[in-house]
Design a protein around this ligand. Structure first.
Ligand code: CAA
Length: 387
């Protein structure tokens, strides 16, 4: 019951969920601990996910995607996250941010050029918004784009870019206003950047607490020359596009958090039945039963809100602050549930021998990236007064 959706799934949704579960259990779970230990990015992951259709889940079939609804995508993502949260963030960022931005805001020529190879897993996508000094205050980013004939010339450093060192397509936000006339969020544009462009360099790779198999890098743009036809959508709209896309991205991170939390619950439940103290499995103690009950309740509640927000999206409505609520609930549930799982394992849970330790480390970032829990609360609080 730990993985049950509360609403009935269609046969197609169940089939995709089963495919994702089989792939996760057979191809990811056996390697996840070693990849984490070695901070190893498995290069065949992208083509293998692409071959399954999992890198074009939300793209129309015309662009080689599967054309699925958001709920089906999130069900698959939960399965991948339950086995390997690092693989899940690859899938989430790629499906939610660069591909969606090109689909929604790109020209037909841009869609035709970039989306099919992204859907097939031939080009991995990345999203470059944050900078060393612009995280929560994303509109304060400083990377500058200046028009030069039929190019834009970008200079600056992007930070916290998931898969930035393996990406074939990076949707990067840069300022197109001038230092003399700053226009806040309205002075930012989105560009399709590729690593072959002159002036592109991968910078520092972060050494992280969790998601160690998912590379996070800085990107340095030194007079990066981007052809003018790589401007995405309208000049000055890049921040709005990024915010709209992050609503979708946050649903993906919520699914990742639900997957992490669910796995911790499954492991802790099994361990409590096996581990004996005072002559009986610790599951017989009410202190442990109550912990497991609270863990299951939080996982189920987070998943229910996430699926409700996904259903809004599938009805064509913008989930808005509900996406933030789903991410807030799921990420805080993941952190709490993984903490309890370690407590149930006791000293063993504190060692790298057991997966709950990795799940605990992986959970933490879900409270930070794609908007911290504090930012989600700001978005939610604003929605209470602005609507
Ligand atoms: N949809 C449409 N438009 C939106 C919007 C949305 N969801 N959010 C904001 N906008 C528009 C606003 O309407 C506003 O438009 P006007 O200029 O016409 O008024 C404009 O964008 C600026 O918006 P705000 O005034 O609200 O901007 P702000 O500076 O106050 O910031 C914020 C709002 C919510 C704090 C925002 O900066 C934010 O979400 N910060 C967190 C950033 C974030 O999540 N970063 C994650 C990076 S990705 C990552 O983690 C790495 C990875 O690879 C996983």
């Amino acid at each position: 019951m730990t993985d049950a959706a509360l609403t009935p799934l269609t046969p197609e949704q169940s089939e995709i969920q089963r495919m994702a579960r089989d792939f996760a259990r057979n191809e990811l779970a056996p390697h996840a601990a070693a990849w984490d230990r070695d901070s190893y990015f498995e290069p065949t992951l992208t083509p293998r996910l692409g071959a399954l259709g999992f890198l074009g889940m939300l793209l129309p079939e015309a662009y080689d995607g599967l054309g699925l609804d958001a709920l089906t995508y999130l069900l698959a993502l939960e399965e991948i996250a339950a086995a390997d949260a690092s693989a899940a963030v690859l899938m989430s960022v790629h499906n939610s941010l660069p591909t969606q931005m090109i689909l929604r805001f790109g020209s037909e020529a841009q869609r035709e050029r970039w989306l099919p190879p992204m859907a097939r897993g031939e080009l991995l996508g990345a999203f470059a918004l944050s900078e060393p000094d612009a995280g929560s205050d994303a509109a304060a980013l400083r990377t500058q784009a200046v028009r030069d004939g039929d190019h834009w010339v970008l200079t600056g450093t992007k930070a916290w870019v998931t898969n930035g060192n393996h990406a074939g397509v990076i949707v990067a936000m840069a300022r197109t206003d001038t230092p003399e006339l700053r226009r806040g969020g309205r002075g930012i544009s989105a560009f399709i950047v590729t690593p072959d462009l002159p002036g592109f360099a991968v910078g520092k790779k972060e050494n992280k607490l969790g998601l160690r198999a998912s590379p996070t890098v800085q990107l340095n743009f030194d007079q990066l020359r981007v052809p003018a036809d790589r401007l995405l959508g309208e000049e000055g709209q890049g921040f709005v596009y990024a915010m709209q896309s992050l609503e979708h991205g946050r649903l993906g991170i919520a699914a990742q958090a639900v997957g992490i939390a669910r796995r911790a619950l499954e492991l802790a439940t099994a361990y409590a039945s096996e581990r004996k103290q005072f002559g009986t499995p610790i599951h017989d103690f009410q202190a442990i039963q109550f912990k497991l009950a609270d863990m299951a309740t939080k996982v189920t509640a987070a998943r229910a809100v996430l699926h409700a927000a996904a259903a809004m999206k599938d009805r064509g409505e913008s989930p808005g602050a509900y996406a933030s609520m789903a991410k807030l609930l799921a990420s805080e549930a993941a952190m709490w549930v993984t903490t309890q799982a370690i407590q149930i394992y006791g000293g063993y849970g504190y060692t790298t021998e057991f997966d709950v330790e990795r799940l605990f480390r992986d959970a933490k970032v879900t409270e930070i990236y794609e908007g911290t829990s504090e930012i989600q609360r700001i978005v939610i609080a604003r929605s209470l007064t602005h609507r």
